[in-house]
Design a protein. Structure first.
Length: 419
């Protein structure tokens, strides 16, 4: 059946228009509103304008800001509506209406594009053998587990290679589905392209299902949350789902650590996984098992954690910068030597400002790999902090020689990761 996600969204629109009392609790819950132009408008008035827009389609600045300020932290999804509505879907609908009614020019990066930035930048950090490995599906056969990484981690391919090695060491029967040839649809949903997301997400579900797995392991917190909190209500999903941190935590006794980390760390968990309760403690439980790691929590953690700013960067960078700084300052107050992140996008956000702080930023999977003695250099972090295309080209010359992309394409892609 076609358009399952579209039909679900249309039915939810009717439900929202019928049940929303315009109480404004979802606006009060939203952690970015206080840093936006909406901070001086009452939550009730904001929601009143939103509902009017969903009914009549007449745009205004308040509605635009409400939809496009969204960080997609999923913090409002389960926690705040007395009518049981999903406020984040309302933001998705605002973007959808703006896009399909040509009220904005909404572009998005399609990871399936054979010349996508994901592919080009990944090719500058690893050799061709590893690059091909990350783009090749496992042969079609039955597997208890399927590992799906999502798309954006391909900007930081050493993390994905580390994850594959860790899966091998755990020793379960698993298959791999690349995250660039397939997509959960988030790139499309976030840009208001719901029809495209419908088709894309169902192709992924069909591919994952072809291995008849008991469980699909998601690297990307956004993929996991979109599956559990949006797609599962629209499409029949014939497998269980788990985050990679939770899977590793459950199987960590299968790993033999060879190196003491000997660092004090603080943890920035994936906010959406924590807010939704889909993975509250996976990474935390891993850190507690790593030799020589001492965990010091930030005041905001677990269910009360903070977003890094994430989705807001596309449309409202100043608000994003404020949220990021608050979180990095909070980490600094713990006096930890390492700020450990879970989500690859959080990692990108934090490494951009790492040099302003007295701690280093490291992804949890890199820390696991270090303790196992299989770590790889974080080239993306190195290149971001080089902030110079010519220096990056020199450092990456061996990989660029093996890349299938032209040097001109590589230069243009690298320009997107320097300021």
């Amino acid at each position: 059946m076609k358009d399952l996600l579209v039909n679900y969204m249309n039915n939810q629109r009717k439900n929202i228009l019928k049940k929303c009392t315009q109480c404004g609790l979802c606006i009060k819950k939203c952690p970015i509103i206080k840093n936006t132009k909406l901070k001086n408008i009452t939550p009730q008035n904001i929601q009143k304008e939103v509902i009017k827009f969903l009914k009549e389609g007449i745009p205004n600045e308040t509605v635009y800001n409400r939809g496009f300020f969204c960080m997609e932290c999923f913090g409002c999804v389960d926690a705040c509506c007395p009518q049981g509505l999903d406020p984040m879907l309302i933001n998705d609908m605002i973007k959808w209406d703006y896009r399909r009614n040509n009220l904005i020019e909404s572009k998005y990066t399609d990871p399936k594009d054979k010349n996508s930035l994901h592919r080009i930048i990944s090719s500058t950090q690893i050799n061709k053998e590893d690059y091909d490995k990350l783009l090749t599906s496992s042969p079609s056969s039955k597997a208890d587990y399927v590992f799906f990484p999502g798309c954006n981690v391909y900007f930081q391919p050493e993390k994905l290679l580390n994850a594959l090695d860790i899966l091998d060491l755990i020793g379960k029967v698993w298959a791999f589905v690349p995250g660039l040839d397939f997509c959960c649809g988030e790139s499309h949903i976030g840009a208001g392209a719901i029809k495209e997301a419908d088709s894309t997400s169902r192709k992924l579900i069909d591919k994952l299902s072809s291995y008849t797995p008991k469980t699909v392991i998601f690297w990307c917190p956004t993929c996991l949350c979109r599956f559990e909190k949006t797609l599962a209500f629209a499409v029949d999903i014939p497998f269980k789902m788990i985050s990679f941190p939770e899977f590793v935590a459950e199987n960590i006794d299968s790993l033999s650590f060879k190196k003491e980390i000997n660092k004090t760390v603080t943890l920035h968990e994936a906010c959406k996984s924590a807010f939704t309760g889909l993975d509250l403690n996976g990474a935390r439980n891993i850190l507690k098992k790593l030799p020589g790691v001492s965990l010091v929590e930030m005041p905001r953690h677990g269910k009360n954690t903070s977003c890094c700013g994430s989705g807001a960067v596309t449309f409202f960078k100043e608000s994003f910068d404020t949220v990021r700084k608050e979180r990095m300052d909070e980490a600094a107050e713990t006096k930890a030597e390492l700020l450990v992140d879970v989500c690859h996008y959080c990692h990108e956000v934090f490494i951009d400002r790492e040099q302003k702080y007295n701690y280093s930023v490291v992804n949890y999977v890199s820390l696991i790999a270090e303790a196992l003695g299989i770590e790889r250099e974080d080239k993306f972090k190195k290149y971001k902090q080089m902030n110079d295309v010519d220096k990056i080209l020199d450092d990456a010359k061996d990989y660029i020689e093996q890349s299938t992309f032209s040097k001109d394409n590589i230069i243009e892609a690298l320009k997107t990761i320097v300021e």
